[in-house]
Design a protein around this ligand. Sequence first.
Ligand code: 26M
Length: 818
Amino acid sequence: IFELMDGFLKNDPTSLQNDILHHVEYTVARSRFSFDDFEAYQALAHSVRDRLIERWHDTQMHFKRKDPKRIYFLSLEFLMGRSLSNSVINLGIRDQFADALSQLGFELEVLAEQEGDAALGNGGLARLSACQMDSLATLDYPAVGYDYANQYGLFRQVILDGFQHEHLDFWLNFGNPWEIERVHVTYPVKFYGTVTDELLNEENGKVWVPKRTVEAVAYDNPIPGYGTRNTINLRLWAAKPSDQHNMESYNTGDYINAVVERQRAENISSILYPDDRSYQGKELRLKQQYFFVSASVQDIIRRFKDAHSTFDDFPEKVALHLNDTHPSLAIAEVMRVLVDEEHLGWNRAWNIICNVFTFTTHTVSPEGLEKIPVDLLGSLLPRHLQIIYDINFKFVEELKKRIGLDYNRLARMSIVEEGAVKSIQMANLSILCSHTVNGVSRVHSKLLTTKLFKDFYELWPEKFQYKTNGVTQRRWIVVSNPSLCALISKWLGTEDWIRDIDHLIGLREHAANGELHQEWKMVKKVNKIRLAEYIEAMSGLKVSLDAMFDVQTKRIHEYKRQLLNILGIIHRYDCIKNMDKNDRIKVVPRVCIIGGKAAPGYETAKKIIKLCHAVAEKINNDSDIGDLLKLVFIPDYNVSVAELVIPGADISQHLSTAGHEASGTGSMKFLMNGCLLLATVDGSTVEIIEEIGEDNMFLFGAKVHEVSALREKGPALKVPLQFSRVVRMVRDGYFGFKDYFKSLCDNIEGGQDYYLLGADFTSYLEAQAAADKAYVDQERWTEMSILSTAGSGRFSSDRTVEEYAQKTWGIQPCRCPF
Ligand code: 26M
């Protein structure tokens, strides 16, 4: 037994080779004497998976024995990206695998490229969940992530003639070695039907007679921590037809339709909704939300009941986290189970609810808040609607006692919104029922307590907290930038920063060291070469390595102001065109890189993508410009593309109109990779300034408190001539597609410029000029770059998760001992 304490599997090169070949032969079913890169990847992935499973078992056993309070992280989105490199690094066996493979004639990095990118999410919120899972595992917290297992993920972006097209992403077609199907972990999830009000009183709850049942089957995805044996679980639910599903049709003899109808159950987990408000109020979206919430809640309660006899202990053992309002039906579901099925009585159940839920919001705009039409909810989940009404009734009665009959305020705070479409305000429900409400940066939190949720803040100031977001240095340095990783460890004399980010600050004392500068520049060069090769392979465009690589990659949104970037590029082009020879020599060459997806129904965002291509076409083919300016749009930006782009960037742009970006996490990844930031003072940039110092960044634009006054000026707002000039170029068809781009121009002129591109243009150009100037002095630039990485420690998700554990969830580490 003791010999098996470390598991069955050995990690010496011979054992690893045997394991890989074993999987080639028996899992992939290819001859061990003949297999290609993809087959080698599959066999390798299965060898890694075996090691993950061992640790996963040990961790689950340990948690079961210790029975600590667990954090259940409910999120409708996890942007995991690829797993192979991350897993071998976190398991601490990367080099061993690389050696074993090279003896077999394969290269680890090449095989890693074979893996599909798991894009089970949209953008910031979704990648944040993934980073936080990595930190939870690494810091030994007893956590479980829950989501539904969407089959296709976010759409694949294909660019044709400069226009975005959305294609299905068949990422599961070649199988997914990281998931473990648990055919025996299944729960029925019920929909529709009626609530009988015959017998039961408030103490005993009510009886819901649902009409449809779908089976939720668990798919477990092990998440390994770094420097620990702990491996936690991301449990995804796939929808399968249930045996109880629509039995009547069979009985009435309509066999074919009954089968077709059964298969429809699987639609629930087939698609991921792109982030777009126009998708609100869709029945399928609501089904997805309830489907995963119901299965997760059943799973959580089953696990709790296995070890406990009274629900009074529930809040001591369970923290339920709502990642935005998307999973907030969990509130009504837990209430329903406790009242209707466990017969705890309303008050006891309510007391439990108020002590287990925690909530983080990722939104700044009131329009971004989720609303569910009452009719839709009432038809799909009649009992849940009743429960929400009951919660609201009691809340409003209580509120009247506290604030009196201020009907406007009561209406704002009510969970039920009486508008043109009567609907449920999911944020209000989440705030009411959670003991802690979190923002994702300091500015965001300020906006929440003074604007968005002011009424609630005044009632319960103690509920409101914020945790500035963070990202995991394991993925964003160790996996994506191995050369920088080695350099950092060399200069710090330790690899401890990979687990304990505070060490990173130690780079500061070397920031002026000439030897480090040489090595630092080499690393950046290696990463720029990698990125340049990718750009050439993708678009045929050759870019100069001497140019400043300037990157803006994130979802396309008006408030993120990619349009400001493009107009700035047009301005730069125009200036170069009008320069004489002597001045041209002084121009700092630039490669401008833009990437990101537009929601399929977001016309303006799609036009911005087209404009980017139209401008690129003009500039890149202008022989007069040469290497002085290039513009590239990187298609299908996702986690794996980000891993390649971010390390190669010299400068990155974060241009949101102040007050619109809740936090922003891309900037943190660039910062860790020694990339300088050109940014507005918005979201987490405020905290970044505190760490890096204004002198080491390029800041511009109106501040949060100045924005509304600027907007009020409307058409009277002065815009610089340079701005009008570049907009005119677009209007006049200098880049073609005159009619198509007209609305883009109308949106930002004549008092319509809601996101204040015109107002910020001068200061934007000044920041750009300052960046050019700084780049000329390469030693100064390198120092700033080193200071960026050195100061990025606060933006590790390890710090964020630690704060959540202590201040919000009340959980302790539970480390697997062997
Ligand atoms: C809504 C309705 C229907 C379908 C999808 C959605 C939806 C999906 C994702 C709405 C919003 C979604 O994500 C919002 C998001 O990603 N917010 C970002 O969260 C980051 C992490 O906290 C912040 O850094 C960003 O500032 C914030 O924009």
